[in-house]
Design a protein around this ligand. Structure first.
Ligand code: FE2
Length: 194
């Protein structure tokens, strides 16, 4: 049986976290229908996560079973497990405006997800040049969000942009109310019939 505290486990957890990131950014892109440039921005963030997945998979494939069975840093395993608590569905349900989307994206990018990724690259990529390149890529990825306000607009502007999923929720709510009112009227008309 595999020891749970090894690089095997850390890779599994890191890949799961990166997949969550990729799904989240793709889902954000789908909520920005009327804003093609912002939708494209989230798509690019998702593509970066997809690259992180490929790089982790490539690295894992290049390692021996012996290397992957080595015990890893327990604090990194803890961090990687913490990322698993992030729920794409729950997070999306709470997003109403572009500012909510930006803040949640910011939280995800400042979470342990990138610390774990960088740790794996630092610990297991042997070539110094390659390690530096991968670290620079992560910084570049995070910087895109830092520059979001400059590129698109500040918090005040973002708060006024209501995203599609929340418009859908609002429409659904209105339809339920209309349904209830119509149902109520129809029922009372039926009851009042002689
Ligand atoms: Fe990532």
């Amino acid at each position: 049986m595999k020891n749970e505290e090894t690089y095997y486990t850390l890779f599994d957890l890191a890949l799961s976290g990166e997949n969550k990131g990729c799904d989240f950014f793709n889902a954000l892109s789908a909520t920005c229908d009327g804003y093609p440039e912002i939708a494209a921005f989230w798509k690019k963030m998702a593509a970066d996560e997809s690259d992180h997945i490929s790089l982790l998979e490539e690295l894992r494939a290049s390692l021996t079973a012996e290397q992957l069975s080595l015990p890893t840093d327990p604090s990194m395993l803890w961090k990687a497990r913490k990322v698993q608590q992030f729920s794409v569905k729950d997070t999306l349900e709470k997003i109403k405006t572009l500012d909510d989307a930006y803040e949640r994206a910011h939280e995800l990018e400042s979470s342990e997800i990138n610390t774990v990724y960088t740790f794996i690259m630092e610990a297991l990529v042997s070539a110094e040049q390659r390690r530096s390149f991968l670290k620079a890529e992560i910084k570049n990825h995070q910087n895109k969000l830092v520059l979001f306000s400059e590129t698109f607009g500040d918090a005040r502007w973002r708060k006024n942009i209501v995203l599609k999923n929340s418009q859908k929720q609002l429409r659904g709510f209105v339809l339920i109310i209309i349904g209830l009112l119509c149902g109520g009227i129809a029922t009372s008309e039926y009851l009042m019939k002689p």
